[in-house]
Design a protein around this ligand. Sequence first.
Ligand SMILES: *Cc1c(COP(=O)(O)O)cnc(C)c1O
Length: 459
Amino acid sequence: MRGIPAVEDILHWPAVQALEARVGRRFLTARIRETLAGLREQLRNGPLPGADVPVAQPLLESRIHKAVEQGLAYSLLPVINATGVVLHTNLGRAPLSREALQHAAEVACQYSNLEYDLATGARGQRDAHASRLLQELLGAEAAVVVNNNAAAVLIALNTFAEGGEVIVSRGELIEIGGSFRIPEIMQKSGAVLREVGTTNRTRTSDYANAIGEKTKLLLRVHPSNFRIVGFTQRPAVEEIVELGRKAGIPVFEDLGSGCLVSMAALGIQDESPAGESLAAGVDVISFSGDKMLGGPQAGILAGRKDPINQIRRNPLFRALRVDKLTYAVLETTLQAYLANQLDRIPSLRMMQISLQDIEQRAVSLLKACSSAQSELHMELVSGESVIGGGAAPGQTLPTRLIALRHTIYGAAKLEKLLLANQPPVVARIEADAVLLDLRTVFPEQEKALAEAILSLASN
Ligand SMILES: *Cc1c(COP(=O)(O)O)cnc(C)c1O
């Protein structure tokens, strides 16, 4: 250990001084300390091969150099999503189009009319950039955007029911990933949860019997990521609306994923367009921007003018607002719906790829990997792609998968090697095979994927 030079001395080495000129002393010193700590740790486990006492200067210099490069590398990186889960929450949910990002770059790299009304030359409202499109697409009187759907639910509950009771069915007290639970968000909103019915069956009369002086809101929640099948009952949205009307209590529906148009053409049956809830008389709905919609992370609130204005006046609205980048990407996404050009939205495009196209691409990939060593076995198998994002949980899209097996490495080892690839490849494991689904791999990523597979074989 005594052979390790002091930080002060290292800072005088010419190669290190050259680094300092690039990155500054503060950052460099931290990297040197890191490198020395690593070295000490290593030396505790025995002498370094090829390193003498004192520790050779070139060895340290190269390690410091590496530490500087690593310290300056991005943490947020693109990956190849070969899982077949289109809206993968851990992989950034909906991938965005270049077109949308181009609009965002154009708006954000210059000044914009974010909150400036060009017609009057006076202060404007930022929601103007999405409201008009959302109103038209949803048939809503008004619409606003907040940071995500969790924020939308929070502000809706707080606006309509703080200090009062919210009636919700026991069958809808859901938890979705990332610790969003209806009872907890309710508590934070300052409203009191009034559960009615049972897990599998709730009737309109259960809601009716629970309505009292303290009731401020009737809440309906899309049971996003699970299905109860068998002996079940859930009132139609029209019945809840009628009940609310009679009692003079507003109805709010958290649609979770939500969608603007029928997804039946994609083989997705249980997501009805969000506008249908409003047409049925629900006062306010909310849904995510980056689930089925295929846009940026955002929470969309739409409905009647008065309740939406109430939300807009809530001080929380200022705390939960979104920035110009979100508006730019959302505007591009909504425009694609308005023009009925859904293939401008990458996630929807992926959901529409046919089985034949996926199979054809998989066969080409197998061909591109035909030089792989004989230890690596690749075959085509049938399987299912998943929508993800809590949308249509019971429904999958038929696909063709590439199953990878290795005579020496198990599937877990192959998975690890794929994750260590540049770019990282994220795959599924089933029955001791690594499964690759090209539905969620962009065609321009296929070459890199083939290289990743080939490098497995030569590992
Ligand atoms: C996904 C989801 C949310 C949370 O939406 P985020 O946009 O992820 O914040 C809330 N409620 C339901 C029913 C959901 O499915």
